[in-house]
Design a protein around this ligand. Structure first.
Ligand code: 13P
Length: 251
């Protein structure tokens, strides 16, 4: 079975509810004919409900940008998987490099978030990626291996059907420096073989691996032509209906 492509927009800390809803409606229209791929939008928590209304009936997946592992409790500032589902989200991102770097999230914490939300039935996008220093020191594959192993610790084979991995080299995020299609393919091939080793070959073959980092209308086609790139996690270019509309409709 070929892997179904997934094009995801991470809106980060952008857009109030009304603006998010408008963009969601525009994207639902733009994606109407893109029926052979999945589309996911991750607005800020405060706009989840508005975005869910904006895309209702379109098949677009609505996701949180992070999620706590507990259902409820004394976790000031956190949002639980049950709360995400209450607003119509069916997915969540964890492990984004901005969470790791700016907010000090650890591999252990990210794994807890992933497992807690999988337990509640959410589809999970696990982000991994090396910094420029790590790449220049030749540590890229070791870093990716550590992040995959710890991110997926105690995740069962059955749960892997609900896991998507997003490779986002930190040096390519918001910098305009995309990894070349070849660099991205090399990393994706490595991640897929690692998942095959950790689970079984079928799971390695079926897990979707997205590329993120300065994805634009101008580079999406070449990225998507790579054998192990199954989609994109788009930041800046997902904030505008025209550019994300073009990315969604890649060839
Ligand atoms: P940019 O597309 O703005 O580089 O951001 C990528 C990203 O971090 C998506 O999660």
């Amino acid at each position: 079975m070929p892997r179904r492509a997934l094009i995801a927009g991470n809106w980060k800390m952008h857009k109030t509810a009304a603006k998010a809803k408008l963009l969601a409606e525009q994207l639902a229209a733009a994606g109407q004919n893109a029926t052979d791929r999945d589309i996911l939008l991750a607005p800020p928590f405060t706009a989840l409900s508005a975005v869910e209304e904006g895309v209702r009936g379109s098949g677009i997946i609505v996701a949180g940008q992070n999620v706590c592992w507990e259902e409820q409790g004394a976790f000031t500032g956190e949002i639980s998987p049950v709360m995400l589902k209450d607003l119509g989200a069916t997915a969540a991102i964890v492990g984004h490099s901005e969470r790791r770097q700016i907010f000090g999230e650890t591999d252990t914490m990210i794994n807890r978030r992933l497992r807690g939300a999988l337990h509640q039935g959410l589809t999970m996008v696990l982000c991994i990626g090396e910094t420029l220093d790590e790449r220049e020191s030749g540590d890229t594959l070791a870093i990716l291996e550590r992040q995959v192993r710890s991110g997926l610790a105690e995740v069962s084979s059955a749960q892997m059907a609900s896991v998507v991995i997003a490779y986002e080299p930190v040096w390519a995020i918001g910098t305009g420096k995309t990894a070349t299609a070849g660099q991205a393919q090399d990393a994706h091939g490595f991640i897929r073989s690692l998942v095959s080793d950790l689970y079984e070959k079928d799971i390695g073959n079926s897990v979707r691996i997205l590329y993120g980092g300065s994805v634009k209308p101008a580079n999406i086609d070449e990225l998507m032509a790579q054998p192990d790139i199954d989609g994109a996690l788009v930041g800046g270019a997902s904030l505008d209906a025209e550019s994300f509309g073009r990315i969604i409709n890649y060839k």
